[in-house]
Design a protein around this ligand. Structure first.
Ligand code: ACO
Length: 322
């Protein structure tokens, strides 16, 4: 039997930081409103010459360096994104080309904010089947390109960035209990209107902009993420007390805190980066993992729960022995 073990992690944030005070100058909003309602203090915004693939390549390169591997060691690339450079080809094949890799397979996966957890689950199944050896799992987004910058109810919430995780198929005898222990994916397409982009190649032939009924999303979020996290605990015979780190999708401080409270996860185990990065959709979890690994919190052997909820609706969890 095989397990998908974490062997590398990296991330990339665009240089330009836009603070709430910067937004106050162009919108009828305030730092106080944004911080109180969301916990967000700033976001990174990609420059014109930084499409999603570029952010993804930078994160992938950081993860390869962290693992001490090269593109020759990777045979699967999955990029979770809702903001591809082009309708096609995929961001994943562009990352593949930029890394100088001509073997293996690369494809995008779209589950909006849940995309990274869906991608980890997908890679895990490929690796455990024995079909592939090492997967580069990337969450990369430029949501700034999809925003209506005159709509204060949405544009203050999002940012750009990318993170990448490398998973390696190892025999259980070598993995020694490490790896992706379980994953739980859900979706319910009836909620399209609550969070969507009002354009696309087959409807309006435009890119469109993000539209959201914030209250509606909030109303569903806590229950949905609690359900999938509870499923992950049940599937592995673990409880909140066993967790070392809870690394939720970073959409909103209030959703994160309410979810942790409902799941009885102690506040000191919750990794929160929404203040620094805002909501970077599929990139938020690997970005948060990177922050917590870099500051010494997440260490080899730790039990880490990742979870997300987003457009679709989609929602998902995965439990990883780091
Ligand atoms: N600055 C100042 N005032 C604002 C802003 C802003 N940026 N945005 C909205 N307001 C105003 C509204 O116009 C409204 O004014 P009114 O009462 O005069 O009409 C007032 O603030 C309250 O608006 P609500 O939308 O009711 O505010 P709410 O407390 O629900 O907070 C928020 C809005 C933060 C979007 C909240 O609903 C939320 O967090 N929802 C979850 C959505 C989310 O996080 N989505 C991310 C994508 S999905 C995901 O990743 C899970």
């Amino acid at each position: 039997k095989l397990s998908s073990v974490v062997v590398g992690l990296g991330s990339y944030l665009p240089k330009r930081i836009v603070s709430n005070a910067d937004l106050e100058k162009v919108l009828e909003t305030s730092d106080e409103w944004i911080v109180q309602r969301t916990g967000i203090r700033q976001r990174h915004i990609a420059s014109e010459d930084e499409p999603t693939s570029k952010l993804g390549v930078n994160a992938a390169t950081a993860a390869l360096n962290d693992a001490g591997l090269t593109e020759a060691d990777i045979d699967l690339i999955i990029v979770a994104t809702s903001t591809p450079d082009f309708t096609f080809p995929s961001v994943a094949t562009q990352v593949q080309a930029a890394l100088g890799m001509t073997h293996g397979a690369a494809f995008d996966l779209q589950a909006v904010c849940s995309g990274f957890v869906f991608a980890v689950a997908t890679a895990d199944k490929f690796l455990r089947s024995g079909s592939h050896k090492r997967a580069l799992v990337i969450g990369a987004e430029t949501f700034s390109r999809l925003l209506d910058w005159t709509d204060r109810t949405t544009c203050v919430l999002f940012g750009d960035g990318a993170g990448a995780l490398i998973l390696e198929a190892q025999p259980d005898s070598a993995a020694m209990g490490r790896g992706v222990l379980t994953s739980h994916l859900r979706s319910d397409g009836r909620h399209r209107e609550a969070l969507y982009v009002n354009g696309g190649p087959s409807s309006t032939k435009t890119t469109g902009v993000l539209r959201m009924a914030g209250r509606e999303v909030f109303r569903h979020a806590v229950g949905m993420v609690s359900d999938v996290v509870t499923e992950a605990f049940a599937a592995t015979g673990t409880t909140a007390a066993d967790l070392d780190w809870f690394v939720p999708h970073q959409a909103n401080r209030r959703i994160i805190d309410a979810s942790a409270e409902k799941l009885k996860i102690a506040p000191h185990k919750v990794v929160t980066t929404v203040d620094l990065h805002a909501n970077t959709s599929a990139a938020s979890i690997p970005l948060a993992l990177c922050v917590a690994r870099d500051d010494g919190r997440i260490k080899r052997g730790d039990l880490v729960m990742i979870e997300a909820m987003g457009g679709g609706f989609t929602w998902a969890s995965a439990l990883i022995r780091w």
